[in-house]
Design a protein around this ligand. Structure first.
Ligand SMILES: *[C@@H]1O[C@H](CO)[C@@H](O)[C@H](O)[C@H]1NC(C)=O
Length: 413
């Protein structure tokens, strides 16, 4: 059916023209800023920072070039405004021990000015934590695995072995650490160390000591076609299933024993020979971990269990390698990482949606670079605290706790 349109009379035409002119003048007057919001649908939980660049498909390789573009189109000042809440750290923190250790105003709480800690039995703690530390408030802290260095310790430290069942006044304080997801106390400790803020002393996984002796050569060039790095050699059924679902949707390299698609183990060095630390030595997988990861825009990181505050080295390796982690793990992970630095896979409705998001980011240098902004605009948000509460600073923080309790003088059995 044809609409029977009346011919427009001159009044209507004049009115329409008038309106058009009005709109045109408004446009000029207010000089509407060019839209800078992205076509990439960033989930709300990820960020409010929708960059609007016209839809583009640029499977860039040059990371530093992407940073330059981001500087021009967004920049640190805008970024800090977008994340002002996090930058100001006005988030309620139940994830991190705030004011880790003692502040200068709490120096009076310390009862000793020197503490010796003897590490007993087998432990994951690397030998090079052994040191004499100068801590806050003039406290010195001798941390050692040798009873020659400290024959009368103020505290004895256990990780994989159980402390003595009893402690008399005059005996060293018993310290027990369990950094596994279960956070199991021995039942015989005076001071308990684990990854949760509620523990006597918190130790996050965000420290350099979790990855000694590694090759820190990082590639400034990213693969443009293979987007995701994955390596896992503990093939837990649930993790494997999840990895399979997401990896089937994204071009990836899987280097470990689980879902290996590289034709064998230890193939990273043949792909990236520049990652070899010492061409004559037989390589260990951890030697070239960061270097290998750095060739990818994304690193998949899946925790063994999704436990509050259990954010392990899997995530921090990826961040430290200059990749963007796609993370499945602790529900409160955002409290531990810099603003807009990771993709929380659990916040997507489906794996397809997540994969689409990752692919769009990989083709948008500005949106991708935004995930690296935190390293280039100053360490923002809680991340400073996360690092400050790592294993790297454990000796001082433990010695402070021992000193506060009076060491061997603390009342015991
Ligand atoms: C990746 O880069 C190579 C070489 O620069 C190019 O030949 C190839 O087409 C690129 N792949 C994609 C998906 O753009």
């Amino acid at each position: 059916m044809l609409l029977n349109l009346k011919p427009l009379n001159s009044f209507t035409i004049a009115t329409m023209l008038g309106f058009s002119l009005l709109i045109f003048f408004c446009y000029i007057l207010f000089n509407f800023p060019s839209a800078t919001t992205s076509q990439i649908p960033i989930p709300k939980s990820q960020s409010q920072s929708q960059l609007q660049t016209p839809p583009q498909s640029d499977p860039f390789k040059n990371l530093l070039g992407a940073f330059k573009k981001w500087d021009l189109e967004v920049g640190c000042a805008n970024f800090k405004q977008k994340h002002v809440g996090l930058v100001k750290r006005d988030v309620k923190l139940s994830s991190l021990q705030v004011g880790v250790g003692v502040g200068e105003d709490q120096c009076g709480e310390l009862k000793m000015d020197h503490v010796g800690v003897l590490v007993k039995g087998w432990t994951w703690i690397p030998d090079n934590l052994d040191n004499l530390y100068s801590c806050r408030c003039g406290l010195s802290c001798l941390w050692t695995k040798s009873s020659v260095m400290v024959d009368k310790p103020d505290a004895v430290f256990f990780e994989t072995t159980t402390p003595p069942f009893r402690r008399r006044t005059g005996d060293p304080l018993r310290v027990y650490m369990d950094l596994e997801a279960g956070r199991k106390k021995s039942g015989f400790e005076d001071i308990f160390i684990s990854y949760h803020a509620k523990d006597d002393v918190q130790s996050t996984y965000a420290g350099g000591l979790f990855h000694n002796n590694r090759n820190y050569h990082l590639s400034p060039s990213k693969n443009n076609d293979t987007l995701v790095y994955w390596s896992s050699s503990r093939c837990l059924p649930q993790r494997n299933q999840l990895a399979k679902r997401i990896l089937s949707l994204l071009p990836h390299h899987s280097f470990g024993k689980c879902l290996n698609n590289m034709g064998g183990l230890d193939m990273a060095l043949s792909l990236y020979p520049e990652c070899a630390k010492d061409p004559n030595a037989s390589p260990q997988w951890w030697d070239h971990l960061h270097c290998a990861m750095s060739h990818y825009k994304f690193v998949l990181a899946i925790e063994n269990t999704y436990t509050e505050s259990y954010v392990t080295e899997k995530l921090f390796y990826a961040l430290d390698s200059g990749a963007v982690p796609i993370y499945f793990g602790a529900p409160n992970v955002m409290d531990f990482v810099p603003p807009h630095s990771i993709i929380d896979g659990t916040k997507f409705k489906s794996m397809e949606e997540l994969a689409d998001y990752v692919k769009a980011l990989a083709n948008d240098p500005v949106a991708y670079a935004e995930y690296h902004a935190w390293r280039r605009c100053g360490v923002l948000g809680n991340y400073g605290l996360t690092r400050a509460a790592s294993l790297d600073t454990l000796p001082c923080r433990l010695c402070e706790a021992v000193s506060r309790r009076g060491g061997r003088d603390a009342t015991g059995f």
